[in-house]
Design a binder for this molecule. Structure first.
Ligand SMILES: [Zn+2]
Length: 437
């Protein structure tokens, strides 16, 4: 028997706006998990960060009524932030990432595994957003995830410990739950993940701080929720935020969820979005949910597979491949490199007589290639990024004479240019001495 904690589901907004109640919720969930009571599950009214579930009744399956409004997303197609680059990318990754959100035990598990099977059967990669608190006891889910992972097709991403709005959590809560989620990932599936697909698509600065401290490298939210510089898969850039995190937000959903309605996005519209995203940033991200593939009766979803939608997914994948785009995981996309490799090395002078104290970053092409890289180097001083410095004859210089006395760590990130691939220098520790010129 499945038990759904209705107090949590029925009025999420109350809990999100009430930190004490939220803590109680977390305690309740932890208790259920620790006690190994019938598994709790997240009922995806999916990414509705400010919305709340309709009063879906517990019908004994734990799945609710599927009444209109049951799926209550906040995805809004129109409100997309402008991209950091509007130029067309030449020879980019041409990649499409499918992310399957809300992977969890005992919830539409036949549909979840059917979607996963489409990728396994065609030998295509898929990134799974796994809700870690609700995963691990359902052999149907766990075995299928392991099957795809062992074939090297599935990338396992963390979709929260609990499916909560991370922007409503403080730094300590975000850090502890992301750590807990990855601990469970390691225990269950053997490896830590470096990808965080944010529940409800939202996050804040603290999310990035927490991710940085825990070794996460990639965040996938929604375009409307992500104002950070976006990763560009042109094979040379290495765009990260100030926390060292890559941002690869959702481009479009297979189904678009707005408040009380869900709308299947026609494949033609998805493909048009994929085209424009690939032209401007080298890749696109398509979100899937198990509930996208449910049958509907009079508009109300029932928990039975909709074979037509599965066929539509197949034809979408086929169209993507026939355009010579490649289906890839988040990690594969950030590892896409094209161009001539470079090395960035840092050296400091001693600040001895007559010289200013400086750190020089030297960018060289990797042998046997020749040529002098252009572009910029962004220095970091004690973790704080400075304004980019233009390379002159492959070198960029940072004046450190104004730094306080003591030790400082200096980092350098080469931007890459049209020909040369970005690279990062090894952090250099410089000691600013007491007596200066
Ligand atoms: Zn979700």
């Amino acid at each position: 028997m499945l038990i759904r904690p209705c107090c949590i589901c029925d009025d999420m907004s109350y809990f999100l706006n009430n930190s004490i109640a939220r803590k109680l919720t977390l305690v309740l969930l932890f208790t259920l998990v620790v006690a190994n009571v019938a598994p709790t599950l997240y009922i995806p009214s999916s990414e509705a960060s400010t919305g709340h579930h309709s009063k879906a009744k517990n019908d004994g399956t734990g799945l609710g009524e599927g009444a209109p409004g049951y799926i209550n997303h906040k995805h809004v197609t129109k409100s997309v932030h402008p991209k950091s680059s509007s130029a067309n990318i030449q020879n980019g990754c041409n990649c499409v990432i499918f992310r399957l959100d809300d992977v969890q035990d005992y919830w539409l598990n036949g549909i979840q595994t059917t979607v996963m099977d489409q990728f396994i059967q065609k030998n295509q990669p898929l990134s799974l957003g796994v809700i870690m608190a609700y995963t691990g006891n359902d052999a149907i889910i766990v075995n299928k995830v392991n099957q795809g992972a062992s074939l090297g097709l599935f990338e396992l991403s963390v979709h929260g410990w609990d499916h909560v709005d991370y922007s409503q959590l403080n730094l300590t809560e975000q850090t502890s739950t992301l750590q807990q989620a990855n601990g469970a990932m390691k225990t269950l599936f053997g490896n830590y993940s470096n990808v965080f697909i944010t529940p409800y698509d939202t996050f804040n600065d603290n999310t990035l701080v927490a991710m940085n401290s825990l070794g996460y490298k990639i965040i996938s939210a929604a375009e409307w929720a992500d104002n950070y510089p976006r990763y560009i898969a042109d094979g040379r850039s290495n765009i990260v935020d100030n926390y060292g995190i890559y941002h690869l937000p959702e481009s479009i959903g297979f189904v678009q969820y707005d408040n009380n309605t869900s709308t299947r996005v026609p494949n033609g519209q998805i493909l048009a979005t994929v085209d424009s995203e690939i032209a401007s940033q080298g890749y696109a991200v398509i979100t899937l949910h198990a509930q996208d593939f449910r049958q509907k009766i009079n508009g109300a979803p029932i928990d039975v597979l909709n074979q037509t939608e599965i066929q539509d997914l197949n034809s979408l994948m086929k169209s993507i491949n026939s355009k010579n785009y490649h289906i890839r995981t988040f990690n594969q996309v950030i590892q896409f490199k094209q161009g001539i490799g470079t090395t960035t090395t840092l050296a400091s002078n001693d600040g001895d007589s007559g010289h200013k104290e400086t750190v020089t970053a030297k960018v060289l092409s990797v042998a046997p290639h020749e040529g002098i890289p252009t572009g910029t180097v962004t220095f970091g001083i004690d973790g704080i990024s400075q304004a980019p410095v233009k390379l002159e004859s492959g070198k960029a210089v940072l004046d450190t004479s104004t730094l306080p006395i003591g030790q400082h760590s200096i980092s350098a990130q080469y931007s890459g240019d049209a020909k040369f691939i970005a690279s990062t220098g090894t952090t250099l520790i410089v000691t600013v001495k007491q007596t200066r010129e």
